[in-house]
Design a protein around this ligand. Structure first.
Ligand SMILES: [Zn+2]
Length: 238
C-alpha cells in the first residue's frame, strides 16, 4: 500500500471524509462528505487563508452565488474552452481522454487543444483500441466540464451552470465594489466556496472531485502603473 493509500484509508476509518450518498449504489463518483474532524480541518485551512492572505493584503472578501446564467460563461470563455477531448469504447463504453491515451500509447506529444479530427486520426493511425476490452474506440468529441442546471419553470426556464471556479463573481462584482466600497487600485477581491467540474474520471479522492472547495483571489490594478504595485517584483517573472 502506498503512503497515499494509507492516508486515505486512515481518513476513511476515522471519518475525516467519505463518499457522499454512499448508501446508494447510484451515487456518482467525485463527491465527498466531510465528517466532524474533516470539517474542522477544512475550516482551519480556510481561516489561515483568510488571515494570511485576505486580511494581511487588505482584500475584500465576497460570497457569490454558485449558480450563474449561461451568458456569464459564454463571456468568460469557459463554455468553449473548458472541454476535454474524449473517446468512448463501442464495446464496454469505457471513456478515455483521447490526448492522454495517445500520449500514453505512443510516447508522442498530444495536446488537449488539438482538434477532434487530429486526435481521431491519431487513434486510427496507431490502431489504438480500448485498454479494457480491446473494443473499437469512437471518433473523438469534446466533453464540457461544465455542470448544467435549468433554473425557472417551463418555458421561462433559463439555462444556468454551476461555476467551474470561484473567480467569475470576483470579476462580475468588481464594478459594484468600486462604488460601494470606494475601491482604490490596486485592490484584491477574494472568495471561498464550492466549484463544480464534470470530470471524466474523478479520482485521487479529494484531489480531483466534481464538487470541490476553492479559495481564490484576483488582484485588480492599473496596467499603466503596475510597477508601483508593491510586491509585483516578487511575482513578475513567475
Ligand atoms: Zn472497452
Amino acid at each position: 500500500m502506498t503512503k497515499y493509500e494509507e492516508i486515505v484509508n486512515l481518513a476513511l476509518r476515522r471519518g475525516l471524509f467519505y463518499p457522499a450518498s454512499e448508501i446508494y449504489a447510484s451515487a456518482p463518483a467525485g463527491f465527498y462528505d466531510y465528517g466532524p474532524y474533516g470539517a474542522a480541518i477544512k475550516r482551519k485551512i480556510v481561516d489561515v487563508w483568510r488571515q494570511e492572505l485576505v486580511q494581511k493584503e487588505e482584500m475584500l472578501e465576497i460570497d457569490g452565488a454558485i449558480t450563474m446564467p449561461k451568458a456569464v460563461f459564454k463571456s468568460s470563455g469557459h463554455l468553449a474552452s473548458l472541454v476535454d477531448p474524449i473517446t468512448e469504447c463501442g464495446g464496454c463504453h469505457a471513456i478515455y481522454r483521447a490526448d492522454q491515451l495517445l500520449k500514453e500509447k505512443t510516447g508522442k506529444e498530444y495536446k488537449e487543444a488539438m482538434s477532434e479530427a487530429e486526435l481521431s486520426a491519431g487513434l486510427r493511425k496507431y490502431k489504438i483500441s480500448c485498454l479494457k476490452c480491446k473494443g473499437k474506440l469512437s471518433d473523438v468529441r469534446k466533453h464540457s466540464l461544465m455542470v448544467k442546471t435549468p433554473v425557472g419553470v417551463g418555458s421561462k426556464a433559463v439555462d444556468c451552470y454551476l461555476r467551474p471556479e470561484t473567480c467569475q463573481s470576483l470579476f462580475l462584482d468588481f464594478a459594484r465594489m468600486t462604488k460601494t466600497m470606494r475601491v482604490k487600485l490596486p485592490k484584491g477581491l477574494a472568495q471561498v466556496g464550492r466549484s463544480f467540474r464534470n470530470e471524466i474520471s474523478p479520482r485521487q479522492t479529494l484531489l480531483r472531485q466534481v464538487e470541490f472547495l476553492q479559495m481564490e483571489a484576483e488582484l485588480f490594478f492599473d496596467p499603466e502603473k503596475i510597477n508601483e504595485v508593491e510586491k509585483f517584483k516578487e511575482v513578475k517573472d513567475y
